[in-house]
Design a protein around this ligand. Structure first.
Ligand code: GLN
Length: 489
């Protein structure tokens, strides 16, 4: 196995046995980036200098007997909507071109404290609005399994980097599926933790009641140990919980014997690719053979969750994005008056999807429409929460496909916002209710494209979530890695 193919756990083992240094790990991912970036465009910024310094420090610390834990010396990538002190942070928008934050997001501080080496900032849909990474103002990312296809989104750059081996792991953000869906489409693991367990301080806000940071990784265990590093209360985030990290590792090998697992009835049928449906059904069968009791569960509100999501998310976005006024950060297009300056900056700085969301959200919040749109969407959210609560009275975890389709060709949905929005159908319910969800790769379709399996659990149910996810990973035995043709230079 080449170095860049190792999981975080394997790389950490090699590091501690003295077989490799953190600098070697960094060289391996940077070499991989140099071989794949022309095809994938996973990164917006590679911070080679900062990473080199951090790797040198990690090696020096280890030599001095200072071991900061599982992420010590491991090269990790960050979605470019997390603020990094001294390193440009754009959220893939023109409006933030050249913005260099004076502070680190709390997750970045936590990663640094855990000894991780930050390799760079990955591509995303502008302000994390999208499902394909094609809405980036800096050009799309592509899927390592087929460079004619998208890697999913909005954390598509993070997913492509981890799948290709130009990072050992990455952080993404998930507002309606943006960690889980790209993980599914690139054959890796992606976790959206319980809302409030990972600080949002320094995450460029999209929809604050839905946004959640989490890991993308090559294995379930890597996701668990990355979560442990970033988990925990933060006084700088008013919606942060003070829950202890649940003892996830204790149950990674426990298996599913005795668990009751619900298959969500509404997340199947029309619009789902047959290969996705049959792989998911096979995995459900395997879980049953492994000792889980399987029941079909109906969550009727799931059918209208997507419509509610596409009111709540743009409404919150329209408020959050008001701060980009051409005065405080990033782009400024001069005008005769302050108002003209703001209008010009925003017209030039925001791309078409972001503009669409601001218009939709502003409309949904406007006087006379507020209750009919935003109010109604919030009522759907309550009904959905009740559906989930009812389901969890009888089951321990819920499962579904992560995405109704495998990775689609670049350009296929970019002019059809509705079909792009539909790709979140399986993932956005967990955001609306704040519950954790994880995508685990379970196989390839006949074209060789990855299929992901979603596991969900109640709020703060990470322990059972990981217990099921680890069993899914074992049963699937998914070891395939993408082969990326190097472009002749
Ligand atoms: N695709 C969804 C959207 O466009 C979700 C994005 C996300 O989770 N950040 O809003």
């Amino acid at each position: 196995m080449t170095l860049h193919e190792k999981t975080i756990v394997e790389a950490g083992r090699s590091l501690r046995s003295g077989e490799v240094t953190s600098e070697d790990l960094l060289d391996a991912v940077l070499l991989r980036a140099s071989q794949t970036e022309a095809q994938l465009h996973a990164y917006l910024t590679l911070d080679k200098e900062g990473a080199r310094e951090a790797a040198g420090q990690a090696d020096a610390d280890l030599a001095d007997g200072i071991d900061r834990g599982p992420l010590h010396g491991i090269p990790i990538a960050l979605k470019d909507n997390m603020c990094t002190r001294g390193v440009e942070t754009t959220a893939a928008s023109q409006i933030l071109a050249g913005y260099v934050p004076p502070y680190d997001a709390t997750v970045v501080t936590r990663l640094r404290d855990a000894g991780a080496v930050i390799v760079g900032k990955t591509n995303l849909d502008e302000f994390a609005m999208g499902s394909s990474t094609e809405n980036s103002a800096y050009g799309p990312s592509f899927n390592p399994w087929d460079i004619g296809r998208i890697p999913g989104g909005s954390s598509g750059g993070s997913a492509a980097a981890v799948a290709a081996g130009s990072a050992f792991g990455a952080l993404g953000s998930d507002t309606g599926g943006s960690i889980r869906q790209p993980a599914s489409l690139t054959g890796i693991v992606g976790l959206k933790p319980t809302y409030g367990t990972v600080s949002r301080y320094g995450l460029i806000a999209f929809a604050s009641s839905l946004d959640q940071i989490g890991p993308l990784s090559k294995s379930v265990e890597d996701a668990a140990l990355t979560l442990e590093a970033i988990w925990g209360h933060d006084p700088l985030d008013a919606t942060s919980y003070s829950a202890e990290y649940p003892d996830v590792p204790a149950d990674l090998d426990t298996g599913v014997d005795g668990l009751k697992i619900g298959v969500i009835k509404e997340l199947a049928g029309e619009g789902y690719e047959p290969a996705v449906e049959s792989s998911v059904a096979d995995m459900v069968q395997s879980l049953s053979e492994a000792g889980a009791e399987i029941v079909e569960v109906s969550l009727p509100t799931v059918d209208i969750a997507l419509s509610a999501y596409y009111l709540v998310a743009p409404a919150e976005a329209s408020a959050n994005l008001a701060r980009f006024d051409g005065i405080r950060y990033g782009l400024r297009v001069e005008g005769e008056t302050t108002e003209e300056l703001m209008a010009r900056t925003r017209a030039e700085g925001f791309g078409p999807e972001v503009t669409r969301r601001i218009l939709l959200g502003t409309y949904a919040l406007s006087a006379g429409y507020y209750d009919a749109f935003y109010g109604q969407a919030q009522r759907v959210r309550v009904a959905l929460r009740d559906d989930f609560a009812r389901a969890y009275e009888t089951v321990d975890a819920l499962v579904s496909p992560t995405s109704p389709t495998v990775a689609f060709p670049a350009g296929e949905k970019i002019d059809d916002p509705l079909s792009m929005y539909l790709t979140d159908i399986c993932t956005n319910p967990a955001n609306l209710v704040g519950h954790p969800g994880i995508s685990v790769p379970i196989g390839l379709d006949e074209q060789g494209l990855p299929i992901g399996f979603q596991v969900m659990a109640p709020a703060l149910g990470e322990r059972v979530l990981f217990r099921v996810a680890a069993e899914v990973e074992r049963l699937a035995g998914f070891g395939a890695r993408p082969v990326i043709e190097e472009l002749a230079s």
